[in-house]
Design a protein around this ligand. Structure first.
Ligand code: WTA
Length: 664
């Protein structure tokens, strides 16, 4: 079987002189050399590298052993005791007490700023409040909130008293909330009456009130008043946030917890079955999150860092709460929809607050592209110095748009590969030391032994498609799936049992420079006539076509080729106009566009990647975090219907419309 990745992308970008000057950095060549030296040494002895990074944290009791590795169970910094909230807040009180830690803007335009000292005091009060409700070290506390400063306080207050937080995305339904609270045996829930989204208050607590009666472990609910909407309160169980904290002292001793004490559980979907409760612990997680934030974003004293992820996802944990705060970086938090009240809200936020680092997702970048450049060009974005991307492969077209229209060719792009399971960024450029190429997350960070291997665990040759694995434990790795060790072993460690590699579930290739190109999830990697193809590559080619807004490609079993490719495509508004205006009826026009797209992919990647079928759709099914649900599309093309778990689907009507598009 030939196994080749066919997408060609040869553009290279070294950081601009302006970027280096603004950061007071040496010449790029010198940085590159130093960084390579650092990487080589760290790759040779990862444990020594991580030991050094761990010493950047504040330990209440120093650790004795850096790593205890009983495959596939790791313990990092054993014997040490520390506290996460102390590392995020207390450590800054001497030099940076009055520096802004959090600048928040609500969707209606209200703003609040908390200095490190103010945030510290609020967290202390809330921590005491939780204690007064009977929450103890080791208890699990659910957090079901929107993007308000109190959500960050909630995480840190749990950490302060050694409770384990379980943040459940505020957009999840009551059923999803109930299952996650029950699975984690949560004792307390922090929530709010509602949140502002797209111009209106949307209920949180009252929307889920009924399901809270079906969580037997749940003893207390704390409700933040944000919107003021009607909220039923159960006497004895439910308490208003402001009443809980009002009487509390603003001093709460940070609990010294073991390095391996569970800091949080975060549920994520697997390819099969119910969501997995990914368990992260304290010392290793904090070490790698702090160190990766430093390497990838190179924070400076005056930075204002804006991460558009929701705190309900791992990015919100590692790179809104813990990473930036541990580094003393000011975080901008925004409550609402990126396009409210107008399509330029993001850009006005950036210009108004003078954001210097923007960290967002390809799906957001593509939707901004689709809206048109004029909304960006209305605003002066010259404060930006660095751009980041996370969550899925960023196609070169979107990368170039991000680079030119947002970054004005001045700002390096850090494309960061990682997972809920890895806890922290694993593959990414360090922007002052690595040449970037559109579409690749470039090189593993120092101390990360990521590689692309074949089915037998052998390293692939350059440009040969294979599987992304990690060959050595890393500090912020998940420790287990909460309450399900067997599933932990089966999901990540069975594939390469003999070699003891962690299996990421992603397909990838390494190019001649050792840069890693993610080809999408393995279940999105398909064999067409003996060639291994990343559906992400085909999608990337499709969205590079001027008429295409978004594309999702899935495989359908084919007797002759093994797999046939089916592409679901949404068109840009300008192309839809052509379709609607066609006097012969839209079928002929649609067919013309489909043929044009097939020919385009054949030209961009090669005839082997040409989709066998193109279905034009109004929208694609997405999870609430914006990921296209290819699993549903795959099911639809194979069985003609989608029956699997749709609990994370954002808009159910999309499925109906897609089925209809089939019958055209
Ligand atoms: C994908 C998000 C390509 C990948 C932090 C991974 C990426 C999954 C990238 C994890 C990237 C994430 N380039 N693919 N820069 N970042 N992915 O758990 O398939 O929500 O396995 O974590 O997203 O998604 P998760």
């Amino acid at each position: 079987m030939k196994s080749k990745s066919l997408l060609k992308e040869n553009r290279k970008f070294a950081p601009s002189v302006e970027f280096l000057e603004r950061s007071n950095l040496k010449s790029f060549k010198a940085n590159e050399k130093d960084y390579q030296k650092l990487r080589t040494a760290a790759q040779k002895n990862p444990t020594a590298y991580w030991t050094k990074q761990a010493k950047e944290l504040k330990w209440i009791k120093p650790f004795k052993t850096a790593l205890v590795w009983k495959h596939p169970f790791a313990k990092w910094f054993v014997g040490g005791k520390l506290n996460a909230s102390e590392n995020a807040l207390d450590v800054h009180l001497e030099a940076h007490a009055h520096k802004a830690a959090l600048i928040w803007e609500g969707e209606p335009g209200d703003t609040r700023t908390y200095t490190f000292l103010q945030l510290f005091l609020e967290v202390n009060k809330l921590a005491n409040g939780l204690k007064s409700l009977g929450v103890k070290k080791g208890d699990v506390v659910g957090i079901y909130m929107g993007m308000v400063p109190e959500a960050v306080m909630a995480m840190l207050a749990c950490a302060r008293i050694g409770a384990t937080h379980n943040v459940i995305f505020g957009g999840f339904s009551g059923e999803a909330l109930r299952d996650r609270l029950n699975d984690s045996n949560a004792k307390c829930l922090l929530t709010q009456d509602g949140a502002f989204r797209r111009g209106a208050p949307s209920a949180l607590k009252s929307a889920v009130n009924e399901v809270l009666n079906h969580v037997p472990s749940l003893k207390k609910v704390v409700v933040l008043k944000r919107t003021g909407q009607e909220t039923p309160m159960a006497p004895g169980r439910d308490h208003w946030w402001h009443e809980v904290v009002a009487a509390q002292s603003n001093s709460c001793k940070a609990e010294a917890v073991d390095s391996e004490h569970p800091l949080f559980i975060l549920y994520t979907s697997g390819s099969t079955g119910k969501p997995k409760g990914i368990l992260h612990t304290t010392g290793g997680y904090l070490t790698q999150v702090k160190s990766s934030f430093k390497t990838v974003f190179g924070p400076q004293e005056k930075d204002l860092y804006f991460c558009s992820a929701d705190i309900g996802w791992i990015t919100g944990h590692s790179y809104i709460t813990y990473g930036p705060l541990m580094n003393g970086t000011t975080v901008l938090l925004y409550e609402g929809a990126p396009t409210h009240p107008g399509p330029d809200r993001f850009w006005s936020l950036i210009a108004h607050h003078q954001v210097t680092i923007l960290y967002t997702a390809p799906t957001a970048i593509r939707s901004f592209m689709k809206l048109g450049d004029e909304f960006v060009l209305r605003h002066n974005l010259s404060s930006l110095r660095l751009l980041g991307s996370v969550g899925e492969p960023i196609n070169p077209e979107a990368w170039m748009w991000y680079h030119t229209v947002i970054g004005k060719k001045r700002c390096p792009i850090v494309d960061t590969w990682w997972q809920t399971e890895t806890g922290a960024i694993m593959i990414s450029p360090s922007p002052d030391s690595v040449t970037t190429k559109p579409g690749t997350a470039t090189l593993p960070l120092p101390g990360i032994l990521a590689d692309v291997v074949d089915q037998n665990g052998k390293s692939c040759k350059a440009n040969e498609g294979g599987f992304l694995v990690v060959k050595h434990p890393w500090p912020s790795m998940l420790r287990t799936i909460f309450g399900n060790k067997e599933r932990y072993v089966a999901a990540y460690w069975n594939e390469y049992k003999k070699q003891r590699f962690y299996f990421t579930g992603d397909g990838a290739r390494k190019d001649q420079d050792g840069y890693i190109w993610i080809m999408g999830r393995v279940d999105d990697v398909v064999n067409v006539s003996g060639h291994r193809l990343g559906t992400a590559e085909v999608e990337s080619a499709l969205v590079a076509h001027p008429k295409v807004a978004e594309a999702a490609v899935v495989a359908k079993p084919d007797d002759v080729k093994g797999s046939a490719l089916v592409a679901f495509v949404t068109l840009k508004a300008s192309a839809k106009v052509i379709l609607d205006a066609d006097p012969s009826g839209s079928t002929v026009a649609a067919q013309t566009i489909k043929d044009e797209l097939k020919a385009w992919v054949a030209k961009e990647i090669g005839p082997i990647a040409k989709p066998d079928e193109i279905r034009l759709a109004d929208a694609l099914p997405k999870t609430r975090s914006g990921k296209i649900m290819r699993r549903l599309l795959r099911e639809m093309v194979t069985t003609g219907k989608a029956s699997g778990d749709t609990s994370t689907l954002e808009d159910f009507s999309v499925l109906e419309k897609l089925r209809a598009s089939d019958e055209e």
